[in-house]
Design a protein around this ligand. Structure first.
Ligand SMILES: Cc1cc2nc3c(=O)[nH]c(=O)nc-3n(C[C@H](O)[C@H](O)[C@H](O)COP(=O)(O)OP(=O)(O)OC[C@H]3O[C@@H](n4cnc5c(N)ncnc54)[C@H](O)[C@@H]3O)c2cc1C
Length: 398
């Protein structure tokens, strides 16, 4: 495409700025519009794996990412007596704690710092209407201003409103029957450098993870088919969270108390986005907006970065946007389908209902953490690596 083309991206998190980075490198004129008044820096640890790691290396930000490591030394399963049932140190590719483990907010900041001079950022604004013509997309913003762009890409997350403007109800949001709340709490002396996982009866899981900011990143998840929680106000959602935490044992009292002190509790129903198309005319979508795999896969960030890299590359390589979109989709869709495939029993197995179920989960974790099983799985993993090699082949576009 003509590199002077103007591209509007909606969403300044991971997918949007990564796409902006590469498009600006290829000479495109990029604007990113973000609904929040400033960067949203909340959230827990994100992993950058496989091809994602190769991309951050090419972007020249790998060292910064590794330097921002959260300091987590692995994962422990804790029982109701606060004893360690199983321990998985941070080592090797299959570990829960990856080498490139970074807080979401730190990664968002790094991406912003590396794009802010080449990409035009607009905060506190969002798209309210789009009209596609043969050569341009006309866009109206929330402040009633309008703009004209050659391409529009939605990168505004799993609940993307821009996606709805482009595709209506066509993409499916597949709810997995699991809710998750993430928030940051003060660190106590009893906290350690381990991520600590506690399973409570009633299909509830608490996870406390250390960070490199002197605080603790808390996560609380529970199974429920009730879809109504998402339309509730923040206050109502906090009430639900406290009710669900009540009687769960371990650090439940602490998490309940901190919910009231916290202005940024990120609460969502865990859902996958399944879309038969990612593009319509001159508009399209990437990242969680297009193919959210859920945090259960640990691959949302990698997928967002790979998608951004490939889309920018194909746009730089093709004269017509339709050809670029088609070439991108051909590479990306099989990878997305592979990542979205959840292992059988996820998320139910890790969220048992009964006390007996909790004991089974902890004993199974202990077995997996035991030396003989670890050695066998290490062997299997190295064999698997030989076969699959890398997640997706990344072409070099220059
Ligand atoms: C505040 C927050 C906390 C998160 N915490 C975690 C976590 O702890 N663990 C985890 O695995 N994943 C978390 N995620 C999701 C994770 O960032 C993504 O799964 C992944 O990195 C892919 O990123 P993305 O850029 O596609 O989407 P997202 O990271 O979801 O980013 C979407 C961006 O679009 C903005 N936006 C939303 N609507 C509009 C609109 N209408 N117009 C313009 N901008 C809009 C949002 O403010 C956000 O900046 C979190 C996301 C957010 C926004």
């Amino acid at each position: 495409m003509n590199s002077k083309n103007k591209v509007l991206i909606s969403g300044a998190s991971i997918a949007g700025p990564t796409l902006g980075f590469w498009l600006a490198k290829y000479g495109f004129e990029v604007t990113i519009v973000e609904r929040s008044q400033s960067l949203r820096l909340g959230g827990q640890n994100l992993d950058i794996r496989g091809a994602g790691r190769a991309i951050v290396r090419m972007m020249g930000i790998e060292k910064e990412i590794l330097a921002a490591n959260t300091g987590e030394i692995g994962l422990q399963f804790i029982n109701c007596d606060n004893e360690v049932e199983a321990e998985f140190p941070a080592e090797g590719s299959g570990s829960f704690t990856s080498e490139a483990e970074i807080l979401r907010g730190d990664l968002v900041n790094i991406l912003y710092e590396h794009t802010k001079n080449d990409v035009h950022y607009v905060f506190g604004k969002y798209i309210t209407a789009i009209h596609q013509g043969p050569d341009k997309v006309e866009v109206t913003f929330s402040d009633n201003e309008s703009g004209s762009f050659h391409l529009l890409i939605a990168a505004d997350g799993v609940r993307s409103a821009t996606r709805k403007l482009i595709f209506g109800d066509e993409p499916e949001l597949k709810f997995l029957g699991l809710y998750n709340a993430w928030y940051t709490i003060p660190r106590l002396e009893s906290d350690t450098q381990w991520a600590r996982w506690y399973t409570a009866p009633g299909s509830r899981v608490m996870l406390l993870r250390p960070d490199n900011h002197g605080t603790i990143r808390a996560s609380f998840s529970f199974l429920s088919d009730d879809k109504g929680y998402l339309s509730q106000s923040d206050r109502e959602q906090k009430k639900v969270l406290k009710e669900k935490l009540s009687g769960a044992g371990w650090e439940a009292e602490r998490l309940m108390k901190e919910i009231d002190n916290n202005s940024e509790v990120y609460f969502d129903g865990i859902s996958q986005v399944k879309a038969p198309r990612w593009f319509d005319g001159r508009a399209g979508m990437i990242g969680d907006a297009a193919y959210c795999p859920t945090p259960l896969t640990g691959m949302g960030t990698t997928l967002a970065m790979v998608g951004a890299y490939l889309l920018a590359g194909e746009l730089s390589r093709h004269d017509h946007h339709e050809d670029a979109f088609a070439a991108y989709e051909k590479r990306m869709r099989p990878f997305v389908e592979k990542v979205q495939k959840l292992p059988p029993g996820v998320p139910w197995l890790a969220h048992p209902k009964s006390k007996l179920g909790v004991t089974v989960v902890n004993k199974a974790a202990a077995l997996l953490a035991s030396r003989p099983v670890k050695m066998v799985s290490k062997l299997l993993r190295s064999k698997e690596k030989e076969v699959t090699k890398d997640d997706i082949e990344l072409p070099v576009f220059e």
